[in-house]
Design a protein around this ligand. Structure first.
Ligand code: FAD
Length: 637
């Protein structure tokens, strides 16, 4: 397999405009002759499908929810970055580019990151034109707040519901195209296989989740915008339905998987509170604008927070990282929280929590101002914990939140299977080893509104495609493979529920491939996961049948894939013998516990190629070079 990044030549600031000029165009009258499948209706998929349809392509959109409006993007809380410099505080495209490359610990492709920063400004204009109700200043201008890893305020937001409002914008653009007939919407459909003909992606097999029917859909190009795979950890801030199946099916058909081990652990989530919990809740990073993070200075101090005097508190982020303070990036803040809890200074049940305290800002700004900015988040916290954060500090702890890894794509968002493009969180993305807050929405919308509409056209204009029918042997084989897999899942009649397998996998992943990793732990995980997978395929108990709405069956298919994907993540983590961003190998750290990169050996993207059942996948490498933001030790001190 050859990894060709296809980065355009020329100075970084001119690459995208030059490339747009160089790309081939499809004549407007010919666009209606082409069809594109878009799997996913979140910010990346919804925006991409609407934009492609607006151009005149025939687009089929698939999602497993009952409405595209329920894609997981709806959950995004805090905001979206853009280098508008409305605050006049020194921001620019170059600064956003710099912050993102540095934030990703120098493990992202420079050219992609620059394009992302460049397009960020267009996204805000697009969304404002759609009517997205961004927060505004008293005078009517758009407001901004700060997010981690930046010293400027560049985050646009709609209270704590930014994702929902952005998704409504994309959704209305999409529904307009449904209305014109240019988009055909397939909700409650789960893509379970990719169809590859003559080495090109030509379609998918999807299951109608209500009737159980298996359907073949064919097209000239397929785009996956199916979100992240962090639910491999079982407990995560993702919606319960998020899964890795679409990208895993594509991986097994030949799409390389980039940096599978890069997972983001978000520092501010509501701590786990019981063995039977099925989900974790995020408290947006935006809260760190006004909340101060602390733990008692003394280990084992069980006094309630208001009884701990100021001089017995350790505002550890402000102490360790005085320049960025509570707005240190996520990987660094998460590790710092783990460190103080490991020292016995954690708070709350089990000592796995730190305080996020608003007392000082409530005193300074008043409770009404705080409610205006974060009201829905405070309410959510109170409903879940039964504690009032206006009166007592929130308790928070890190949790799985995002996956920087995903299908490897070139500059055009093309995977290693021609005709299969990947957008949003599903691709290995522009965030390197750590994503900065408020930049996932930016990337999803950049991919959807501004990149895929060009690169899909470029592919179609430059490719001669034969007509393919449902009778093609590859299409028939894909359909048969899905039917067989569904049959097998339902045939075991074992003793364990799918949730019990998922929970056990999650524990293995969190313990050995979570916030900190080491060789011994990863080797253990690489023994435990195949054993668990073997048991899964012998001892799974699934109720119901294939030809009805069967949520256990849906989950089982996803968990079966997680049981393979989890193994690849551990393998990737094991072979990357360095610490970078969210990937912290305990063997590689500085004397003061910071991540220690090894640029000599690992300044590259690792892209894994499937080698067949039971065989070790092949690790390929895309070298990274840093010309515009020279390699340096990342410091937020
Ligand atoms: C709680 C929370 C808060 C967040 N807050 C922020 C924030 O403030 N700012 C920020 O920048 N980022 C935030 N993020 C991250 C951000 O929300 C996501 O990375 C982003 O929304 C992902 O968008 P997407 O379009 O790639 O995928 P998604 O929105 O996850 O959409 C995936 C789509 O694919 C479909 N799909 C998946 N698999 C299949 C399949 N097999 N068959 C058919 N359809 C399928 C789904 O139905 C869905 O339509 C947050 C994340 C979480 C968990």
């Amino acid at each position: 397999m050859e990894l060709k990044a296809n980065i355009p030549s020329g100075p970084i600031a001119e690459k995208w405009s030059k490339h747009r000029f160089d790309m081939k165009l499809v004549n407007p009258a010919n666009k209606r002759k082409y069809s594109v499948i878009m799997v996913g209706s979140g910010l990346a998929g919804g925006a991409g499908a609407a934009s492609l349809a607006e151009l005149g392509y025939n687009v089929k959109v698939f999602c497993y929810q009952d409405s595209p409006r329920r894609a997981h993007s709806i959950a995004a809380q805090g905001g979206i970055n853009a280098a508008k410099n409305y605050q006049n505080d020194g921001d620019s495209v170059w600064r956003l580019f710099y912050d993102t490359v540095k934030g990703g610990d120098f493990r992202a492709r420079e050219a992609n990151v620059f394009r992302l920063a460049e397009l960020s400004v267009n996204i805000i204009d697009q969304c404002v034109a759609q009517g997205v109700p961004f927060g505004r200043e008293y005078g009517g201008t758009l407001a901004n707040r700060s997010f981690g890893g930046a010293l400027v305020s560049r985050t646009f937001y709609a209270r704590g519901q930014t994702g929902q409002q952005l998704l409504l914008g994309a959704y209305q653009a999409l529904m307009r195209q449904v209305g014109t007939g240019q988009v055909k919407m397939f909700p409650r459909r789960e893509m379970l296989e990719l169809i590859v003909v003559d080495g090109r992606a030509r379609g998918i097999v999807a299951r109608d989740m209500v009737s159980g029917n298996l359907e073949t859909h064919l097209a000239d190009a397929v785009v996956l915008a199916t979100g992240g795979y962090g639910n491999v950890f079982y407990l995560a801030t993702y919606a319960k339905g998020c899964n890795g199946t679409a990208i895993w099916r594509a991986y097994k058909k030949g799409a390389a998987f980039g940096n599978p081990c890069y997972t983001q652990i978000h520092p501010t989530c509501i701590p786990v509170h019981g063995d039977y919990q099925s989900k974790l809740t995020l408290m947006s990073e935006s809260l760190r604008n006004d909340g101060r993070i602390w733990v008692p200075k003394k280990a084992g101090d069980t006094r309630p927070p208001h009884q701990i005097p100021e001089d017995e508190r350790d505002y550890y982020l402000e102490r360790k990282y005085p320049t960025y303070g509570n707005l240190a990036p996520r990987d660094i803040s998460s590790r710092a929280a783990k460190q103080v809890c490991d020292e016995g200074r954690g708070v709350g049940p089990g000592g796995l929590g730190v305080y996020l305290d608003f007392a000082e800002s409530i005193q300074r700004l008043g409770a009404a101002k705080i409610a205006e900015k974060y009201g829905n988040l405070f309410e959510m916290y109170e409903r879940i914990t039964d504690e009032d954060p206006y009166k007592v500090p929130m308790r928070i702890y890190p949790a799985t939140h995002y996956t920087m890894g995903g299908l490897w794509v070139d500059y055009n968002l093309m995977s290693t299977i021609p005709g299969l493009l990947v957008g949003g969180e599903a691709n290995f993305s522009d965030h390197g080893a750590n994503r900065l807050g408020a930049s996932a929405l930016m990337q999803g919308l950049a991919d959807g509104y501004f990149i895929l509409p060009y690169t899909v056209g470029n592919y179609l204009a430059g490719t001669k495609l034969e007509k393919v029918s449902e009778d093609h042997p590859e299409a028939k084989a894909a359909l048969a493979a899905v039917a067989e897999r569904v049959r097998r899942l339902l045939s075991m009649k074992g003793k364990r529920t799918v949730t019990s397998f998922h929970r056990e996998l999650g524990k293995i992943m969190w313990e050995h491939c979570g916030m900190a990793r080491n060789r011994a732990g990863l080797e253990q995980a690489l023994r435990k996961i195949p054993a668990l997978r073997e048991e899964f395929w012998k001892n799974l108990d699934l109720p119901g049948s294939a030809d009805e709405l069967n949520q256990s069956l849906e989950m089982a298919g996803r968990v079966a894939d997680f049981l393979e994907l989890g193994e690849l993540m551990c393998l990737d983590a094991l072979e990357r013998e360095e610490s970078c961003g969210g990937h912290f190998r305990e063997e590689y750290q500085t004397p003061d516990g910071e991540a220690l990169r090894d640029d000599e050996r690992f300044c590259h993207v690792a892209a894994w190629e499937y080698a067949g059942e039971g065989r070790k996948p092949t690790r390929h490498v895309e070298p990274l070079s840093f010309q515009d933001v020279p390699l340096q030790t990342r410091s937020y001190k």
